[in-house]
Ligand binder design. Structure first.
Ligand SMILES: Cc1cc2nc3c(=O)[nH]c(=O)nc-3n(C[C@H](O)[C@H](O)[C@H](O)COP(=O)(O)OP(=O)(O)OC[C@H]3O[C@@H](n4cnc5c(N)ncnc54)[C@H](O)[C@@H]3O)c2cc1C
Length: 387
């Protein structure tokens, strides 16, 4: 039995899970090893996911989204990640880091102009925050924007940007008033792909998530119309902190999916593979590994559900999102690592998927705030409650 069935889903959630599971097994599974090996972004699969309504999950239907709540949206990410972490990452970044913030912080005109194309999947979205010298320390952004009449002129660069080479719409952050620092000094801009002075370069080779595209963005005297300031001038930092809260619940769900995918493969393999005349699942050392995997997966699911429920109820959930992401991503590292062990030498080949899942899981402890940053968020909150 898949652990997903244990949770008591609503009819809509069950239907979404079944649809996405079917899609993932038919469309993503046959290509998952190949896109990882060839570092190929599966653009055709993104077009099919657009048709299935999977590229605008939390966006209301009036903006061509699916209008589902966070609890349902994370189930979709989880199902995709069970089979292909790279595809799940592309969907998560497009949705949480570009489409949702334009919907949440944009003006009415910006919502009308950009959100339907993104939520329907006609265009892909990307978010440019990280720079060569500003990752965890995102307040240390060096890209600058200077106002010139009814435009802002951007100069600087961004690295590690998911979906960069395929995106039509970007959000990019830049310093607009250095003296104000993170309290009003950083602004987010909506950047259209074909803007003069804006260039996109292919990213470096990477360990995991190799079927997910990434790239570098450069801005050289790039003129952005003032009506493409996302929300208000100076609101960049608090807004991308809110964006990352939501994104972290998505990365937690992605971690959960990777762990489940590796666990389910290990379970099946352990029942089939015989050593010393018996299936290896009959050996307590193997059975206990499987038990530990199952427990950790359920614990991560509970943390994710808690954070998603709080978000849906519009309650504060920053700490719970950090807890879910921290636990789920580190859990995914442990579970996928043990899954390789259960598979023995076959687990070390790329035929059995689990080594790919382990490599993919590593991203989850880094992207959208490293494990150390999550611990800072959590410890700050628990210590402030004890002052
Ligand atoms: C596959 C992938 C996709 C990505 N996609 C995107 C994207 O779409 N958009 C985007 O903007 N970025 C993206 N990123 C960038 C990612 O968000 C950053 O890599 C991440 O935030 C860490 O920043 P950094 O790489 O600069 O590491 P650093 O910040 O230099 O951190 C290096 C180490 O120092 C630790 N550290 C830093 N500060 C502290 C501290 N105060 N206390 C304790 N330890 C600390 C970190 O935890 C880490 O272990 C992506 C990265 C990857 C790998």
């Amino acid at each position: 039995m898949s652990t997903t069935e244990l949770g008591g889903l609503t009819d809509i959630q069950q239907m979404m899970v079944e649809t996405v599971r079917d899609f993932a097994n038919k469309e993503l599974l046959p290509q998952a090893i190949e896109i990882d090996r060839e570092r190929r972004f599966p653009i055709e699969s993104f077009k099919k996911m657009a048709e299935l309504g999977l590229l605008g999950l939390p966006i209301p239907e009036e903006f061509e989204g699916a209008g589902v709540d966070t609890q349902t949206a994370v189930l979709v990410i989880e199902e995709l990640a069970k089979v292909c972490g790279s595809t799940a990452l592309g969907v998560a970044a497009h949705t949480s880091l570009c489409t949702w913030p334009i919907y949440a912080f944009g003006t009415d005109e910006q919502r009308a102009k950009y959100v339907p194309d993104l939520a329907s999947g006609r265009k892909l979205g990307a978010f440019g925050l990280t720079e060569a010298n500003a990752g965890s320390d995102s307040g240390g952004t060096q890209t600058r924007a200077v106002q010139d009449g009814d435009h802002w002129v951007l100069n600087g660069s961004k690295i590690f940007i998911t979906n960069a080479n395929y995106a039509g719409t970007f959000i990019a952050t830049a310093v607009t008033d250095k003296s104000k620092g993170t309290r009003g000094g950083i602004t987010s801009f909506i950047v259209e792909r074909d803007t003069p002075g804006f260039e996109i370069h292919k990213g470096d080779e990477k360990l995991g998530m190799r079927g997910s595209d990434w790239g570098e963005l450069t801005f050289v005297d790039c003129r952005i119309p003032a009506n493409q300031v996302l929300g208000e001038v100076g609101a960049g930092f608090p807004n991308f902190m809110k964006t990352l809260d939501g994104g972290r619940v998505g990365i937690a769900a992605l971690s959960l999916g990777l762990a489940e995918g590796a666990y389910e493969r290990s379970l099946a393999y352990a029942k089939e593979r015989e050593a010393f005349g018996k299936p290896i699942a009959k050996k307590q050392a193997v059975a206990f590994k499987l038990a530990d995997m199952a427990v950790q997966i359920e614990a991560a699911r509970a943390l994710i559900r808690n954070a998603a429920q709080l978000k849906d109820a519009q309650q504060p959930y920053t700490t719970q999102a950090a807890m879910a992401k921290l636990f789920a991503s580190e859990m995914a590292m442990r579970v996928t690592f043990d899954a390789i062990q259960v598979h023995g030498g076959y687990g070390f080949t790329n035929e059995y998927h689990v080594e790919r899942m382990w490599r993919d899981a590593k991203l989850c402890t880094i992207g959208e705030g490293t494990s150390e940053i999550q611990r800072i968020v959590i410890s700050r909150e628990i210590l402030s409650n004890h002052e």
